[in-house]
Write a protein that binds this ligand. Structure first.
Ligand code: NAD
Length: 348
């Protein structure tokens, strides 16, 4: 078995906790990559992994990603992530969630948990009965916090506009064609704003009814899932799953801009260079999609009202501009420039 220290994503994690609660059957890994800027913050994923090594790899990769995302969003938070290892039947019990909350509480705030894949708001509510170190809970009308989706969408929309300004010299999306992958929470918010500004949208989703519903609402055309990446358009906006930008798909891109909210869009670090070599402007995913964590962070730290959250999300295009400018002056690709900026911010 490979030693955990040799995993490429270990990358000097400050601490990795392995949790086993015999009574509830909970098995979890809580990885804290960096607390240089504040408590390690990031969601908890509930997933059935084929092997424990896969769970560890996922926790490490996601935790480091949160360090970079939080740093680049200018938040006083470090990076952490947890995974709960489920059985094949995805059995999730109240006792397990309670044991998870107790494990987070024992870390005394060095890790702050939130939602991720496989965890619902109701699950998070159950966890919150056992720990204070948690965010992303339902909030009342007018309070800061809750669903991060609309804030992520707003940041992605502003990021797309910044990319259009830089690559096409235009201040408006009017008349531009956006190829949108996904028709979920983030894509929906981006599509509504872009359509209101006069953009033409082609979209897709593997859930066809979702795609048609959003298309009807924003006046978009629906295309087949396999057509979206090579569609001729002004912007390709990935808002579904990760690892969609590969050597093969990048060769088929038919756009001057790739800018969307999906996490981990690049299949490998080399793919950042491949997009750059094709002369396509890329918006690093963890920078453009930080609106949600900005909102969650304000809920946890209670350091901003709704207007404050909005103005912080409005810094997303400013950060992207810094990355693109450095990329233009050094010739290095934006993904690499962003990683290096993030590392400097967390003292690595
Ligand atoms: P969502 O579940 O609401 O929507 C995702 C949609 O993508 C679903 O409708 C799904 O059917 C579709 N999809 C999955 N695979 C697809 C494929 N191959 N082709 C086309 N469609 C496909 O999720 P969301 O909250 O909108 O998140 C979208 C992406 O943005 C994810 O990568 C997520 O990690 C990332 N993200 C979300 C937030 C947030 O605040 N919600 C924040 C940061 C990043």
């Amino acid at each position: 078995m490979q030693s955990p220290w040799e995993y490429p994503d270990f990358d000097d994690h400050e601490i990795v906790h392995f949790v086993h609660d015999r009574a509830s059957g909970l098995r979890a890994i809580i990885a804290v990559h960096s607390t240089h800027l504040g408590p390690g913050a990031g969601g908890v994923r509930f997933w059935n992994y084929a092997e424990t090594g896969d769970a560890l790899r996922d926790a490490l990769r996601l935790s480091r990603g949160m360090s970079y995302k939080n740093a680049m969003a200018g938040l006083p938070l470090g990076g952490g992530k947890a995974v709960i290892l489920s059985d094949e039947a995805r059995t999730k019990t109240p006792e397990m969630l309670a044991a998870y909350g107790q494990a987070v509480e024992k870390l005394s705030g060095s890790y702050v948990t939130a939602e991720d894949v496989g965890i619902t708001v109701a699950d998070l509510d159950a966890v919150s009965k056992h720990t204070r170190f948690i965010a992303g809970l339902p909030v009342g009308e007018g309070e800061v916090g809750g669903d991060p989706g609309p804030h992520t969408s707003y940041g992605v929309f502003l990021g797309i506009k910044a990319a259009v300004r830089r690559a096409l010299g235009k201040d408006s999306l009017a008349g531009l064609h956006i190829a949108m992958q996904g028709a979920g929470s983030v894509a929906g918010g981006v599509a509504r704003r872009a359509a209101a500004e006069g953009a033409r949208i082609s979209l897709t989703d593997i859930d066809r009814s979702r795609a048609y519903r959003l298309a009807a609402e924003v006046g978009a055309s629906v295309v087949a899932p396999e057509e979206i990446i090579s569609l001729e358009a002004d912007i390709f906006s990935p808002n579904a799953l990760g690892a969609i930008l590969t050597e093969e798909t990048i060769a088929g891109l038919n756009v001057p801009i790739v800018a969307g909210g999906a996490n981990n869009q690049l299949a490998t670090p080399q793919d950042g260079q491949r997009i750059h070599q094709r002369g396509i402007l890329y918006a690093p995913d963890y920078v453009i999609n930080a609106g949600g964590i900005i909102n969650v962070s304000s809920e946890y730290l209670r350091d901003a009202d709704a207007a404050g959250v909005k103005s912080r999300v409005e810094q997303v295009p400013v950060r992207l501009e810094q990355i693109w400018s450095e990329s233009a002056s050094t010739g290095r690709n934006p993904a690499e420039v962003a990683d290096d900026m993030a590392k400097r911010l967390i003292g690595r």
